[in-house]
Design a protein around this ligand. Structure first.
Ligand code: NAD
Ligand code: MG
Length: 383
């Protein structure tokens, strides 16, 4: 029985993790979980699973739950997240919190010798230079949940690192794949939230439309697989069937394919190195799909991707600035305060204004993240 902590259990990845666990009750047990502010969703999950340690964001929610459920332990805030990420009986922490908020619990879990199933890509984007040495030092496994990275991970099974020639990350292109740049000026939040192939949380759906998500994934791949940015290529693949590929020095290309279903990479991170049936999983019929398409993204059209490569190559504190500014701008767009193309403009402005630091410490990252958010708010006059 594998004992799991799920951080961000009420989100899109969190709920799909619950689905995987419910279908494999003899394999997995969620002993602890965290939610943000969606207490209704949390209580629904509590009906399905007997989880003894639960963390929420606010003290009031914690007190409400404590009065209602007497046989659970409740926690709140950052300290609560640290507690449930480091419980002695837990083997693996699945981090499905969205954004920078996922960083500290990931670090604490590693230091408590927990394996990490990582959906929270922002952790690696801002602090890959701190996380990767920690993973080595504490000898834990860092298993990707992001579908592209799971595909790459699966395509590297049994291979030697020195034989890799490049990684090919596929991208659906998001909600506005076929629009010209001019046509992006007036798109609405509702249009941006309609992803063609995946149903996901709001932040990542907007990131998919701007292509910042693919940019974050390029940086995530750099850290997970220790490859140079020159050896990470992005290809638009509208069908989202080939989840990503690895090319080897002998010209072989190994890919992982499947119908788009996040429960597969979630489950694989939990069962690795074994596989289990995916309950209600739809099998891929290439006969029905018929044809698959691939083409290079135009970096002028998808400027966010160019910015992400730039921030990644510069390294140090720049990815943290890109990430913090993007989180703030993404949220302003979702709240109807700025227009779609303002997101990448604000991120670029923050990057240009930032005084770069090499190898930032955790304390510096916390400050830089806040600086980037404040910068964006000031720019749009909302501070
Ligand atoms: P979501 O918005 O649906 O869920 C986020 C979860 O985190 C919720 O439980 C929420 O309550 C919690 N949360 C939010 N802010 C928090 C905070 N400050 N402190 C504590 N908890 C907080 O997001 P999602 O789509 O499930 O994505 C989660 C992560 O997984 C993101 O990093 C995303 O990039 C990554 N990811 C998601 C998908 C997907 O299909 N949804 C695919 C690949 C990667
Ligand atoms: Mg992905």
């Amino acid at each position: 029985m594998k004992k799991i902590t799920v951080l961000g259990v009420t989100g899109s990845i969190g709920q799909q993790t619950v689905d995987v666990v419910v279908h494999h009750r003899d394999e997995f047990e969620i002993v602890a979980m965290s939610a943000g502010r969606n207490i209704d969703a949390l209580e629904e999950i509590m009906k399905q699973l007997n989880v003894s340690h639960i963390c929420v964001q606010n003290k009031e929610d914690k007190e409400y739950l404590e009065n209602k459920y007497k046989d659970c332990h409740f926690y709140y805030g950052q300290d609560g997240l640290m507690t449930i990420a480091t419980l002695p009986e837990v083997e693996i922490v699945l981090n499905a919190i969205v954004g920078f908020a996922g960083l500290l619990p990931t670090m604490e879990a590693i230091k408590a010798h927990k394996d990490i199933a990582l959906a929270n890509k922002e952790t690696l984007v801002v602090a890959g230079h701190l996380i990767c040495p920690l993973v080595k030092e504490y000898q834990v496994a860092l298993l990707p949940v992001d579908s592209e990275h799971s595909a790459i991970f699966q395509s590297m099974n049994g291979e030697n690192h020195q034989d890799i020639s490049k990684i090919i990350l596929t991208a659906s292109g998001g909600s506005f794949r076929d629009r010209t740049r001019d046509e992006l000026a007036d798109v609405t939040v509702e249009q941006a939230l309609k992803h063609p192939n995946w149903s996901m949380g709001a932040k990542i759906t907007i990131d998919s439309a701007t292509l910042f998500n693919k940019g974050l994934e390029v940086m995530e791949a750099r850290w997970l697989f220790n490859v140079d940015y020159d050896d990470i290529e992005v290809l638009i693949h509208p069908e989202s069937i080939v989840h990503s590929m690895v090319e080897y020095q002998d010209t072989s290309v190994i890919a992982q394919l499947g119908t788009p279903d996040m429960r597969l990479p979630i489950q694989y991170a939990l069962t690795y190195p074994r596989r289990q049936p995916l309950i209600n999983g739809q099998r891929l019929s290439l006969n029905d799909v018929g044809s698959l398409h691939f083409y290079k993204p135009d970096l002028k059209r998808f400027h966010a991707l160019a910015l992400a490569y730039e921030a990644g190559r510069q390294g140090g504190s720049m990815p943290c600035v890109l990430n913090g500014a993007n989180e703030q701008a993404n949220s302003l767009f979702l709240n109807g305060r700025i227009r779609f193309l303002d997101i990448e403009r604000l991120v670029e402005d923050a990057m240009r204004a930032h005084e770069w630091v090499d190898h930032p410490t955790l304390e510096q990252l916390l400050e830089i993240d806040q600086w980037a958010r404040d910068f964006v708010l000031k720019r749009v006059g909302e501070d």
